[in-house]
Design a protein around this ligand. Structure first.
Ligand SMILES: *Cc1c(COP(=O)(O)O)cnc(C)c1O
Length: 363
């Protein structure tokens, strides 16, 4: 059996006709920058998420920068976030010259532990940035309540969770601003770099639209220091071809996650989805003590796995200036040693899942 982790090749073959036609149409029109496909995609994203504004951009990292620029983050401001995420979450805070302040995670969801946020608030705190890790939103209600009490903004890093829900709302329609990524391996991926920012706030939306175009309000007139942060028309055209299938793909991912849960032994620690939330299963991640051994065994059977993430952010060399220690965030540190992501894509068959789980159950 030859199992593919994200199986982008199969997905392309399935939708090839529409994807190729959409690419060809952009080539024929040569409307490579801010073509009509970009605004058409944004309309689709608004409808899908329920957010009033969907503003596409160059990638999920720039989406975070645009969000922070919109709420006017200044040097020395503090933003509370999770130490257990992809580097971009905290890297962008630091790039804004603000300070990432980490709070440990929950053991079973791997998301920021909202009950520990209040203790980390200082008079410099400006925002809370939860990440919807592996595709499941964090405890947004508790986070919003704290944000309201201390007059903080909430920016949701939804790079892994496009389409997930919290009490019936997509996580692009929560917080003050929410972001996502269309990196190829994310649940909804393009064929290069891409991202989006979502908000219900008209003022932020105008600012983000301007910021992604070098802060211009009129051609060659610049009201802000912005950036070159547009989504390519070609990427928008590819996303438009994939978009009609996305709801079904989420359903498939959810079915596959259920199969994993049913077919893996009781002893294996499986992901927990909290009441009132859904995950789009960017990853199906188990927790296991002898990870290295299991990964090796699975590799011998040609079953690909991945570790998201082997080192928490507070232990990264680039953040040594923050002076955290070993044991600053014990749950994030323990998780980084134990998590293992199994193959996850909308096209895994029951036979493949059975093959994967039976090999894991042996250990
Ligand atoms: C992928 C990812 C990003 C960055 O997205 P890019 O499109 O690769 O820039 C940011 N945050 C998280 C949590 C991610 O997983």
């Amino acid at each position: 059996m030859n199992i593919d982790f994200a199986n982008l090749k199969h997905q392309y073959q399935l939708y090839k006709k529409d994807i190729d036609a959409n690419i060809q149409a952009v080539l024929d029109k040569s409307n490579f920058i801010m073509g009509e496909e970009v605004s058409l995609l944004e309309e689709n994203l608004q409808k899908f998420t329920g957010a009033k504004h969907a503003i596409t951009c160059s990638n999920g990292t720039d989406a975070l920068l645009l969000a922070m620029m919109a709420i006017d983050i200044q040097p020395d401001d503090e933003i509370i976030t999770t130490p257990f995420s992809f580097i971009a979450t905290a890297e962008t805070i630091a790039l804004m010259k603000a300070k990432p302040v980490f709070v440990d995670i929950e053991e079973r969801t791997y998301n920021i532990d909202a009950t520990k946020i209040e203790a980390a608030i200082t008079n410099k705190t400006k925002a809370i940035m939860p990440v919807s890790l592996y595709g499941q939103p964090a405890d947004i209600d508790t986070i919003q309540t704290i944000a309201k009490k201390y007059n903080l903004k909430v920016i949701i890093d939804g790079a892994q969770s496009f389409g997930s829900t919290y009490n019936g709302k997509t996580d692009s329609n929560l917080g003050d601003i929410s972001t996502t990524s269309f990196f190829p391996a994310k649940p909804l991926g393009c064929y290069g770099d891409g991202g989006a920012v979502f908000t219900n706030n008209d003022v932020y939306a105008e600012k983000i639209k301007s910021m992604r175009l070098h802060g211009q309000n009129k051609r060659y007139h610049h009201q802000y220091i912005g950036m070159g942060g547009r989504l390519d028309t070609l990427q928008a055209a590819i996303l438009l071809a994939k978009f009609p299938h996305y709801k079904q793909e989420i359903k498939n991912r959810q079915k596959i996650a259920t199969l994993y849960k049913e077919m893996l032994n009781k002893e294996i620690i499986k992901p927990l989805i909290m009441q009132g939330r859904t995950s789009v299963w960017a990853q199906y991640t188990i927790s296991i003590e002898n990870r290295k051994e299991l990964q090796q065994t699975l590799m011998e059977k040609k079953i690909p796995t991945a570790v998201h993430y082997p080192m928490p952010l507070h232990q990264q060399k680039c953040f040594s200036y923050l002076n955290y220690n070993e044991n600053s965030f014990p749950i994030a540190e323990k998780s980084s040693k134990r998590v293992l992501s199994l193959p996850m894509n909308p096209f895994l068959s029951k036979d493949e899942i059975s093959f994967i789980t039976s090999n894991i159950n042996l250990i």
